[in-house]
Design a binder for this molecule. Sequence first.
Ligand SMILES: Nc1nc2c(c(=O)[nH]1)N[C@H]1C(S)=C(S)[C@@H](COP(=O)(O)O)O[C@H]1N2
Ligand SMILES: [Mo]
Length: 555
Amino acid sequence: MPRPRPVRTPRRLRTPPVGDNRRVRSFRGAWSLAGLAAGAAGLATSYFVAMAMTIRESPVVAVAELVIRLTPGWLAEYLIGLVGRLDKPLLLLGIFVFCGLLFAWAGRLARRIWWAPTLVYAALAAVGAVGVATQRGATLTDHIPVAVGFVTWLVTLSLLTEPLRRGELAAAHELVTVPGEARVESLDLVGGGGEAELAPPEHTRRSFLLRAGVVAAGAAVLTTVGRVVGRGRRRVEESRRLLRLPQVSEPRVPASARVGLDGVAAWQTRNDDFYLIHTAIVVPTIEPRDWQLRIHGMVDREITLTYSDLVERRFDEAWMTLNCVSNEVGGSLVGNAWWSGVKTADLLTLAGVDAGADAVLQTSEDGWTCGTPLAALTDERNAMLAVAMNGQPLPIEHGFPVRTVVPGLYGYVSACKWVVDWEVTRFEDITAYWTERGWGERGPVKIASRIDVPRSGDEVAAGQVAFGGVAWMQHTGISGVEFQVDRGPWTRAEIGQVETLDTWVQWKGVVDVEPGDHLVQVRAIDADGNVQTGVDRGVLPDGATGWHQVDFTAS
Ligand SMILES: Nc1nc2c(c(=O)[nH]1)N[C@H]1C(S)=C(S)[C@@H](COP(=O)(O)O)O[C@H]1N2
Ligand SMILES: [Mo]
């Protein structure tokens, strides 16, 4: 009887030692299957999280929309001519097939190089992230589904391939050892790092099939639940689309508001470009017919207002600039829109406010609160419960179906989105979300101005250089803007003419500039003649101050 050769346990199985073993071959399909199942699981969790977070689209749909945007018009037309209205379903199908192939490939890669699938997943996640980031009005939290999908891919793939590795090692071991001679106690799992018992192939096979089954079933369940969960948002989007608000008119930008300098922020901020700030990770989705506002506290009559009560009242419409207290000097957390809704003063008169009250504690559907000075909600200004923004029903992210807007106050004390409760009260008896965190109680806006042209680091032609930007001091109004190059004399800018005190103004001016590096600064003057201070202060606790400055080079 020939002596068997001594055998060393392979630490890393680059290729299975014997190719024609049936068991080893049967594993190959299993690796692809593991890749497919893990891939499907990641798509399912990302879809579920997107739906649960009421994000508009799942990452796959975001990528599909990206593909559509990137497709040249002539090609898109040709393809649509070919497949007609099946274009979008076919595109999604194509993306799924492409992903399926990649997933299967990733599974097979894992067999030889355990970390290689990570690269495949990272590349796919990067494409997903680009798709999400290029969606209109995308925010940072919209990327959470992509991240969850990526982690799911990694975890499920290692979960599914673990029994396969064990099985292959066992099979390989069986081929190269003779029972009873060199007994192998344990093997290092490739990439697993841990110790594993050599299990009989039937066992690892069963364990693999069980895990794959659980993963596939889990993916199916998550997808189904995601569809059900996402229905809420789809329905609200649908209700929003079908909503007709006869009192709402289209915004018409007064021609005099524009100074006509390219690069200066548009006087009207489009809804998709309007900055977004909220603490809610899951954006409330409220059907108009389910919406109610309860007005109570220090009032003569408690009122509960429904959406139809609200839209039957007389509407008020106005241009209003809204800004965030967290906006740094020169920052972009500010926008100007045409708002339509009902005056808050009318509603508070209806309820009858007690003489001792000085605040309204507003609460949104997601529990966020702000304390608003009662005076700002009842005086002559255009504080309103808004139902439309720029002639459209409020976008869901901007507070659909109803939010508050108050000219002259920062958003954190006034602009409650998804508002459902008003308690008329006194400041001394309440705290609110941001005041509990050290921000100022009343939140009046501060005068501010910004340079949009040139941008920091720009190179411009020396000689007559154009400067421009925006300035705001809501409910007081802006009477002038001045800018200064290299701390020289202040130059009076031309400002756009607006009919209200509640919006920003555009400004522009031209100054002769020598070749070289320069610094431009801006300051505004309000309608009362107050000049914006050059003292630099941070945003906490009640808004930044200081002059915006921009470096540029003339050549
Ligand atoms: N429900 C709710 N409303 C909210 C907030 C919030 O976190 N939750 N943030 C406020 C802040 S700080 C600002 S600046 C404005 C921003 O409104 P926008 O997102 O429509 O631009 O909303 C205000 N209303
Ligand atoms: Mo804010």
